[in-house]
Every structure is written in C-alpha cells, then in structure tokens.
Design a protein around this ligand. Sequence first.
Ligand code: G3I
Length: 367
Amino acid sequence: MKKLLTLALGIVRSASAYAQTPTLQEVLGKYFLVGAAVDTNFTQGNDPQAEALCRRQFNSVVAENCMKGEIIHPAVNYFYWRDADKLVDWAEQNGKAVIGHCLVWHSQPPAWMFTYENGDTVSRDDLIGRMYNHIMTVASRYRGRIKGWDVVNEVLNDDGTMRQTPYYTIIGPEYIEMAFRFAHEADPDAELYINDYSLSNPAKREAMCRLVRSLQQKGCRVDAIGMQSHNGFNYPDYTEYEKSIEAFAGLGVKVLITELDINMLPNPNDFSGAEISQKFKFEKALNPYKNGLTKKGQRLFDQRYLDLFKIYERHKDQIGRITFWGLTDRHSWLNDWPVKGRTNYPLLFDRNYAPKPVLNDILKLFE
Ligand code: G3I
C-alpha cells in the first residue's frame, strides 16, 4: 500500500512539475514564433499525444508534406484539400499560426506540371499558366488564414548557382519573381519567404543575398529568408552559420529558422545538407545508437543545441520564427533519410514525447 502511495505521489509530483515547467512558446514566444512540422497522422487526429505536445509547446505549425504540390494538386484539375484543411482548422481552433509549405519546389511537384498528356515538355507560357493556377488556387483558398508561405524552396545549388529545375530551364530565372508576384496576388496579407538549406555555406549565402536584393529591387514582397537548418553533430560551422543570419538580416528581411533538427548519426561519405534525392543503403555502422545515445553522444547533442540557441538568443530581434522539423524523435524524417530504418535523435522531445533535459537550459538563455 505504502509503495503504491509513493508511486502515486511521484506521478502527481512529476505531472505537476511538468505542468509548471515553462514551455517554448511561453519563453521564446516573447521574441518570435516557435513551431513544429506536423505529419498527416497529426492532421487526421491519429496522434493525440503529438497534438497535446504541439498545443502546449508551440504557437505555430507547418505541414511537413500535405501542402506540397504532389499531394495537394495531384491532377491538373483536382486538388486534395482534406489534410491541409484539417491542419488549418486545427491551428485556428488552437490559436496557432500556420506556415504554408511550399508553393514552388522542384522535389515532389505536381506530377503533371512539366509535361503534356502525350509526354511532351510543357511550353514556357503553359508552365507559367500552370504555376499561376497552382499558386492562386492554393494560396487564395487559405487567404487570411496563413501567416506566410515558403513561396519557393531550394532554388540554389550549394555553389551558389541557380538549381537547374524544370521551372528554371523552361521559364528562366524570372520564375522566382513570378512566383512571388502570384503568391502576393493570391493572398496580399500573407508574408512571403524564400527557403533553402545549407545557407551557412558562403557561396550559397552570397547567392541568396544577390537573389533577394534583386527581388527587392523589382518591388517584390520578400518578408524573410528561411534557413532550413538541417544541422548535424559536426556541421555546419557555427561561425559561418551566424554570419549568414547577420547577412540576411542586413537585407532588411526577417531570418527564419524553418526546419531545425540536428542529425546525430554518421552520414555516408560524411555528406551534409538536405538534398532529398540522396539515398544510401542501410549499414549497421550508420546506425550506432539503436538503443539510445551514449552519454558522450548525449553531451554532444546538448552542446550542439545549446551553442545554436546562444546564437539565436544573440539575434532574437532579427529572427521571426524557429520551427523544428518534427515534434519528437519518433516523428523525424531523419530516421529514414538518407538511410531508411535508422534510430535518430534530432529533436528536443524524445520518443515518449518527453522534453530532453537540454530544453530547460535553452529556455534559461531567454528568460
Ligand atoms: O505518404 C506516402 C505513403 O502513402 C507511402 O506508402 C510511402 C511510400 O514510401 O510514401 C509516403 O510519402 C512520403 C512522405 O514523406 C510522407 O511520409 C514520401 O515518400 C517521402 O518522400 C516524403 O518525404 C518528405 C520529404 O520532404 C520529401 O517531400 C519528408 O517526410 C519531409 O520531412 C521532407 O521535408 C523536406 C522539406 O519539405 C523541404 N526541406 C527539406 C526537408 C527534408 O527533405
């Protein structure tokens, strides 16, 4: 009986301690939006623990996948709204800002976007029309309900050249300006962002600055640059990373940390970045922490996150949002990319939806 009472008391104490622990949205929310990417299990109401965690910790959400072209616009005259509608409804019911991701992306675009039914490549004028129709239909459906859109995603190569996507090769570099103008026409009050990964890379940073300055000179609305921040336990160089925050803020736009996670597993060929097309076969050596991080690994994780948030704290007036790419370790895309079937530990909440100890140290930086 005594043991039972002690146990019950312990549960009540830990529950009340959890309830009293400050949250990300209470502490960081004083300076900028803080959010997470959520999957379709979430939008379809199949992950109540994820909903509870999101409701408690975050003041914004983004769809990990369901607003991408391939999913929301699978056929030229058919849009699949269910999951996106559910997310926007959930966010409004729970007072969360919604981020739209993403209107123009070379990866998983609408499958039909670049070819006619006979397989021929679409003409420049027709592709402009298709891009216009996609952006106008999607962005105007949620007009006034979306905080901001990732208008274009990953338009640069790591060396700073323009990514040779079908949008680029068929329309030309002006497709980016067009996309921003179409998005603004569809929802004049929505913020408009350009989003990319590995932006701590000096060549990519300079190219992004040139591109945004050019859009600004043409009178396009560009509210922010999204630094995806798919980081790793040994990349990027945080000095270069901070230089990029400063360079982007110097353009007079907000800096968004849009897809934050820290990959704790060794990558094949030691590559970094987030090029989704990269895939590698499973090898045991690439999955060293199947049963949990080592103490050394946990210390490295804590230090990488703390050093990163010290940078964010220094630039809290220039940062508009920090979004984690997933709610907990169990939800992370990094369990299956670039190698399927691994056990990764990239986020601040563990597989049991519990906050990791370093979260309190991060919050203390902002209190
Ligand atoms: O939903 C289908 C499922 O029905 C099917 O059985 C399964 C077969 O593999 O695929 C499922 O779709 C997958 C989808 O995630 C949902 O899980 C796609 O194959 C898979 O390609 C897709 O991966 C997403 C990836 O973008 C490509 O769209 C990841 O979840 C998502 O985290 C990742 O996010 C991107 C950002 O949008 C842009 N920045 C880089 C970031 C990481 O690549």
